[in-house]
Ligand binder design. Structure first.
Ligand code: AN7
Length: 352
């Protein structure tokens, strides 16, 4: 068996690379597609629920699929420095791929609202990390201005190569499943990923690899739901810091994906997100970050509303690893019990 070579090599014919493109890869992709039998039985017994575990990527999120291509293309045109605004995962991925490529990386993050693991990653990979006294949307505005000079290569999803790389996840789902799902559900923040998946499914369809297209369904956090509300949210708030975004860059593309596919976009509350987050960990053995669980919280909501057709195949993308956000994990779980280091004390505690 040929070992996995990363998404550019595996899906090369669908991507804008040539023999001259220097490929910067950490062998991203090939993430598990796991059947969620226990949780599925509980929240949506009428369908087959599967989880695309993107936390299994090299830096722990789906961003690596787009970053491999964006950084390869940056190197191809002799860029010296990368820059992005980020709620955390983009900065972690940019920092890692930038390190691999030998490029300088500058990341702007919203003060106090990025999960600890993601901050640690950007710092460890040697990026210059700038905390701004503001939110993600403000950071992105500054980054766009700074990158317009051409000195820095923008690696946010406004960079078209990001979405090109990320579309490989849709193709992978089809390859793993032996066809497309009926419905594909994703959390929506800056709205790039849902747009990328739709592009991937459409291109696989056009290439004759699949015979029909899934419905694309997105979920935003209730306090950060500009697309659902139909207007920019000035001060977005949610426990799912990854999707704490009030003015998504790919707003129009996401709406297009939903409309063209006959899907939908709706909100889930922070409470619903945390219930799904905990259930995934306790019932499926999958530790994802809160934003990722918005997809499963959404499936629960669709099921309760009777909107999941009998016998459908539903894939949820779990976008990032739970270890990214240890604070929320510890806050959401039972604390360890502390006893003296004797057998008696442990036995007493256990009631045995
Ligand atoms: C775990 O890292 O925007 O709708 O700056 O980290 O494509 O933005 C992260 C987004 C979902 C939303 N789940 O995806 C960033 C950033 C996780 C994420 C999303 C993000 P998009």
């Amino acid at each position: 068996m040929v070992p996995w070579r990363g998404v550019i090599e595996e899906y090369r014919k669908f991507l804008p690379v040539t023999d001259q493109t220097p490929i910067v890869s950490l062998n991203e992709g090939n993430s598990p597609l796991v059947s969620a039998q226990r949780l599925g039985k509980k929240i949506c017994p009428q369908v087959h629920l599967l989880l695309k575990v993107e936390g299994a990527n090299p830096t722990g999120s789906f961003k690596d699929r787009g970053m491999t291509l964006a950084v390869s293309k940056a190197l191809e045109k002799n860029a010296h420095a990368l820059m992005c605004a980020s709620t955390g995962n983009t900065s972690a991925s940019a920092a890692a791929y930038g390190a691999k490529a030998g490029l300088a990386v500058y990341v702007l993050i919203p003060e106090g609202k990025i999960a600890l693991g993601k901050l640690a990653q950007a710092m460890m990979h040697g990026a210059t990390v700038i905390e701004i006294e503001g939110n993600f949307d403000q950071a992105l505005t500054i980054v766009k201005e700074l990158c317009s000079g051409g000195e820095f290569e923008l690696v946010n999803s406004l960079n078209p190569f990001r979405l090109e790389g990320q579309k490989t996840a849709a193709m992978e789902v089809c390859d793993q499943l032996g066809g497309p799902p009926t419905i594909h559900v994703l959390p929506v923040g800056n709205a790039g990923n849902i747009s990328a998946y739709w592009k991937g499914y459409k291109e696989y369809y056009t290439a004759g690899q699949i015979s029909h297209l899934p419905k694309m369904v997105g979920f935003q956090a209730e306090g950060a739901a500009p697309i659902v509300r139909g207007h920019v949210i000035e001060d977005p708030q949610t426990v799912a810091t990854a999707i704490r975004i009030g003015n998504p860059a790919s707003w129009k593309l996401a709406l297009q994906a939903v409309e063209e596919s006959g899907g939908s976009i709706d909100v889930v509350t922070d409470e619903e997100i945390l219930v799904a987050y905990t259930s995934l960990a306790k019932e499926e053995g999958i530790f994802c970050e809160p934003a990722s669980a918005a997809s499963v919280a959404g499936v629960n909501k669709l099921s309760e509303a009777g909107l999941l057709p009998e016998g459908a195949t539903v894939v949820c993308t779990l976008t990032g690893h739970g270890l990214k956000d240890p604070d929320t994990a510890v806050m959401s779980s039972t604390k360890p019990r502390r006893v003296k280091a004797t057998r008696e004390e442990v036995s007493a505690l256990l009631g045995i």
